[in-house]
Write a protein that binds this ligand. Structure first.
Ligand SMILES: NC(=O)c1ccc[n+]([C@@H]2O[C@H](COP(=O)([O-])OP(=O)(O)OC[C@H]3O[C@@H](n4cnc5c(N)ncnc54)[C@H](O)[C@@H]3O)[C@@H](O)[C@H]2O)c1
Length: 305
């Protein structure tokens, strides 16, 4: 069996870390990125790199003819930004995924792992949300993520796939120059730059923050475990953390930081956190980096970066 895998989004936050881990585990990794938001410096030196937009067929034709798994993390990753140009978001996130699905079927990959999102759920009750509950995305981004999941379902007989519904991923390597994606990175970046944090929306909103190392481990397992094909899995910790708690934690690392609250962004969910039963049973993930420890590691990284 070929040990070649394709990882997309390798110049980005999560894709670069997943690609490095797959290479470390002995896979021959072909990484793809169009460098639209990713940075060349993030691309692991241990992989082969293909530059290109996956929404364009010319990029697909550069992919290897033998491939065991596709780990698809490329995409425009901000719900807020998806409203700037919804058609561009559709191309970047959904047309690209459909192209990649067809590629994966044509070369007979054994597993396709997809970077879906908690955004597919929309507004939910204040309780852990399970994967089989109703989905009603509020942003163009969420609609595109759900469409990609549905395309994978349409092709389920030809392609074994796993939808990774990631919650708020944070940690070292996150793009701290992008103040429109990533709650922890946005607040930490502002605190470190000017000791003043502008929060877009209520402090009572709540989220489920999952540390990058735990996410990378989950992706490795989703790509390599037997019997996980056809699953949709929440990638969170099951811990409900309010924006106010995030701010207190960040302020603990940057003394004297002040906070200003402004209007919410369009399509923002009020509050959501994961039911982690499937993550625990299917991917056997039972230990997670706690939020205080994760922010401590991220803050140390950011101060020395
Ligand atoms: N960060 C999170 O909390 C989170 C949560 C849920 C889902 N996700 C999803 O996980 C994936 C990775 O997120 P991230 O935080 O690493 O984002 P990121 O922006 O750091 O990385 C995404 C990468 O994909 C590349 N890219 C974008 N569109 C492309 C295309 N059409 N063809 C080729 N490359 C393309 C970008 O240049 C970038 O390097 C995204 O699909 C995102 O929607 C992220």
């Amino acid at each position: 069996m070929t040990k070649t895998v394709v990882v997309t989004g390798v110049a980005g936050f999560i894709g670069s870390r997943v690609a490095a881990r797959m290479a470390h585990e002995g896979f021959s990794v072909v990484g793809v990125d169009d460098l639209s938001s990713g940075k060349v410096a993030n691309i692991p030196s241990t992989i082969e790199f293909v530059e290109g937009d996956l929404a364009v067929q010319g990029t697909i034709t550069k992919l290897p003819k033998q491939c065991a798994a596709v780990l698809h993390l490329a995409g425009q990753s901000s719900g807020e930004m998806s409203f700037d140009d919804p058609v561009a978001d559709l191309h970047k996130n959904t047309v690209s995924t459909l192209n990649l699905i067809q590629y994966a079927i044509s070369v007979g990959v054994q597993r396709f792992v997809y970077a879906s999102s908690m955004s597919v759920y929309g507004n939910v009750p204040d309780a852990p949300i399970a994967e089989d509950e109703h989905v009603a995305p509020l942003s163009c981004y969420g609609v595109g993520k759900l469409a990609a999941e549905n395309y994978l379902a349409v092709f389920a007989k030809q392609l074994s796939s796993v939808n990774m519904r990631m919650f708020n991923v944070y940690g070292p390597g996150q793009d701290m120059s992008n103040l429109r994606q990533g709650m922890v990175s946005i607040y930490l970046a502002q605190a470190l730059a000017n000791k003043h944090i502008v929060v877009k929306g209520s402090l009572e909103r709540f989220r489920d923050f999952v540390f990058i190392d735990d996410v990378v481990e989950a992706w490795l397992r989703a790509a390599t475990f037997d019997g996980v094909g056809g699953s949709t899995i929440n990638i969170g910790t099951g811990v409900r953390t309010t924006v106010a708690q995030v701010l207190e934690t960040v302020k603990g690392h940057v003394a004297g930081t002040t906070v200003e609250v402004t209007d919410p962004t369009p399509g923002d969910q009020n509050g959501i956190y994961a039911d982690t039963a499937r993550l625990r049973s299917i991917l056997q993930m039972n230990e997670f980096v706690g939020f205080a420890e994760g922010v401590r590691r991220f803050s140390e990284f950011a101060k020395t970066a």
